[in-house]
Design a protein around this ligand. Structure first.
Ligand code: HEC
Ligand code: HEC
Ligand code: HEC
Ligand code: HEC
Ligand code: HEC
Length: 177
């Protein structure tokens, strides 16, 4: 009789330990892994290289990301802009034929986003460019990247650090409206 009680007690202790460990493991998972544990450099549907275009060929960032200076988003160029060059340049290569297929079929290229804030945070590119903060300060040396990689945390602490250094606003409503 006594032995059965001891066994039940031990079984209970083991179960409680297991449940506790499981709960803490999951809490750890939720709280200690930031959004940046996502893929920082996702594969893209067309292997577009910034190193080749912006680096080697020296095409200006804002030639392709045209809305950065005038709106909150930087914008990704549509396939018509690619085509304006690739109608003539390297047109016979397989990857450029894949590119033309999007144009012919009237489909946008489904680029995978590398940087994205949650909807409750407001980030205007325009204000930053106007204040003299340029692309590389937040995105790193993109002109050296074959595939874009996210190099900044994009968390609130990262925004606030720079806002403090540059005496920009740190009022909550600046970024949460
Ligand atoms: C010839 C056009 C072209 C030029 C020039 C160009 N880009 Fe891009 N950029 C793209 C395209 C297309 C994408 C989407 C595909 C990708 O992510 O590689 C992109 C994506 C990006 C992204 C990632 C966007 C996201 O999904 O979060 C960043 C950051 C970026 N470009 C910065 C730059 C910077 C900085 C420069 C200048 C050094 C530059 N780009 C020059 C066409 C261009
Ligand atoms: C201002 C002209 C220009 C624009 C705009 C442009 N490219 Fe290019 N692209 C080039 C040049 C130049 C090369 C290098 C060709 C070579 O190797 O001789 C190139 C090379 C490439 C290659 C590599 C081809 C290979 O040989 O593997 C790909 C892929 C490519 N571009 C995709 C794009 C995409 C996608 C866009 C639109 C977002 C774009 N390009 C916009 C000029 C341009
Ligand atoms: C002060 C930091 C900062 C600077 C400077 C900056 N970016 Fe960004 N960029 C971001 C953040 C943060 C995001 C994510 C925004 C979001 O999800 O709302 C982003 C997103 C992007 C995107 C994808 C979404 C979009 O807006 O279309 C592109 C492309 C991009 N940036 C290109 C550029 C280029 C090109 C420059 C320079 C002309 C530049 N950025 C300057 C921080 C910056
Ligand atoms: C590298 C420095 C830097 C980083 C990183 C940065 N900012 Fe800024 N931000 C500035 C500067 C400088 C200004 C312009 C301040 C001015 O004009 O008074 C500014 C202005 C702004 C404004 C407009 C402020 C106003 O007065 O209306 C918003 C909104 C903003 N930033 C949001 C963000 C968010 C969100 C992030 C992070 C995702 C971020 N910023 C990251 C430097 C930075
Ligand atoms: C310069 C821009 C900026 C300012 C100022 C700012 N925030 Fe944020 N905040 C952000 C960004 C960007 C995120 C999203 C970051 C992320 O996903 O890690 C965020 C996330 C948050 C979150 C969600 C946290 C989480 O872990 O999901 C809360 C709550 C918050 N902010 C509250 C505030 C309060 C309160 C203030 C004023 C004291 C403030 N913020 C000021 C940019 C800012």
């Amino acid at each position: 009789m006594k032995n059965t009680r001891v066994v039940i007690f031990l079984a209970f202790v083991l179960l409680a330990t297991a449940v506790t460990l499981l709960v803490f493991y999951n809490l750890g998972y939720i709280f200690y892994f930031p959004a940046s544990s996502d893929d920082r450099s996702p594969a893209q549907p067309i292997a577009f290289s910034h190193r080749l275009h912006a680096g080697e060929r020296g095409i200006h960032c804002e030639y392709c990301h045209r809305s950065a200076r005038i709106s909150s988003t930087a914008g990704v160029p549509d396939v018509a802009l690619c085509r304006s060059c690739h109608m003539y340049i390297a047109a016979d290569r397989p990857v450029i034929k894949d590119l033309s297929r999007y144009w012919i079929e009237g489909r946008p290229i489904p680029w995978v986003r590398v940087h994205r804030l949650p909807d409750f945070a407001f980030f205007p590119h325009r204000m930053h460019l106007n204040a003299g903060v340029y692309c590389d300060q937040c995105h790193g040396n993109v002109a050296a990247m074959d595939r874009v990689e996210r190099v900044s945390g994009l968390n609130m602490g990262w925004c606030l650090d720079c806002h403090r250094r540059k005496s920009a606003s740190i009022d909550c409503w600046t970024c949460h409206r």
